[in-house]
Design a protein around this ligand. Structure first.
Ligand SMILES: [Fe+2]
Ligand SMILES: [Fe+2]
Length: 254
């Protein structure tokens, strides 16, 4: 759907502009009058940003967005919980798409979602829409066009550069906290050419082979839990608070 969202203009040049504004506003030792003076001199983009923010953040908007985002995350993990999957997997179900927030940091859609594939070696015909690699500049680098490219045979997918997206990002963030099975689910859940079509086995090592079944186990929950009844965030919060506390520290840098 491409309906015009009121206030969808982007007055900030980038998201850091807001941080810079705040930093200046809260420089130490300022009086209340100085705050007002500072605000009055704000960049017009920043002022316009605040206008849109304050005009659009209604209760209705917040409730809708909470449903849209939190509900989606919960559907995958709740389907896993119903099936009695291990607790670490339920956590993975909940967090696996959090990296999509990268879009909010100004990354383009094509750099956040989409099937993932190895870069630096020949593309498999099993990747969706392979014809669109036609105009990828790597096409003109002969080294990247060989079967193994920049990699050693069977070097393992953990040593392969996958196309950038939300999968690799969240796996990297969770690396210190979760078992390999979980990290594989996170890192490779959009690598359909591998887990669905069996491509790229020439780069696979024994660990990848052992982990494949977990990545496959994850996939139906990712694909087919969207239609389930919307879980109620408030009722489920205590369960998830406990689940996070079991695996994750209070603060995560991401
Ligand atoms: Fe995903
Ligand atoms: Fe997903």
């Amino acid at each position: 759907m491409s309906t015009e969202i009121p206030g969808s203009a982007q007055p900030l040049e980038n998201l850091e502009q807001w941080d810079d504004f705040l930093e200046g506003r809260y420089k130490e030792g300022k009086s209340e009058t100085e705050f007002r003076q500072y605000d009055a001199q704000a960049d017009p983009g920043v002022a316009e940003f605040y206008r849109l923010n304050h005009e659009n953040q209604t209760l209705d908007y917040v409730l809708r967005k909470e449903k849209e985002y939190f509900g989606l995350l919960l559907q995958t993990s709740e389907a896993m919980r119903r099936d009695g999957q291990p607790r670490w997997m339920i956590l993975v179900g909940f967090i696996h798409d959090l990296g999509k927030c990268l879009c909010l940091y100004g990354e383009p859609q094509w750099g956040v979602v989409g099937d993932t594939f190895p870069v630096g070696c020949a593309w498999s015909e099993q990747v969706v829409f392979p014809e669109y690699f036609r105009n990828n500049p790597d096409r003109n680098v002969p080294e990247y066009q060989t079967k193994f490219g920049i990699y050693e045979p069977n070097c393992g997918f953990e040593n392969v550069h996958m196309s950038f997206g939300h999968d690799g990002y969240i796996a990297e963030v969770m690396k210190p906290y979760l078992p390999d099975e979980a990290l594989y689910m996170l890192r490779f859940h959009s690598f359909y050419a591998w887990h669905r079509h069996g491509a790229y086995t020439h780069l696979m090592n024994e660990k990848d082979a052992a982990m494949l079944k977990w990545v496959k186990k994850f996939n139906p929950y990712d694909l087919y839990s969207k239609g389930n009844a919307k879980p109620n965030l408030r009722d489920l919060k205590p369960y998830y608070d406990e689940l996070f506390a079991e695996f994750l520290p209070q603060k995560i840098s991401w």
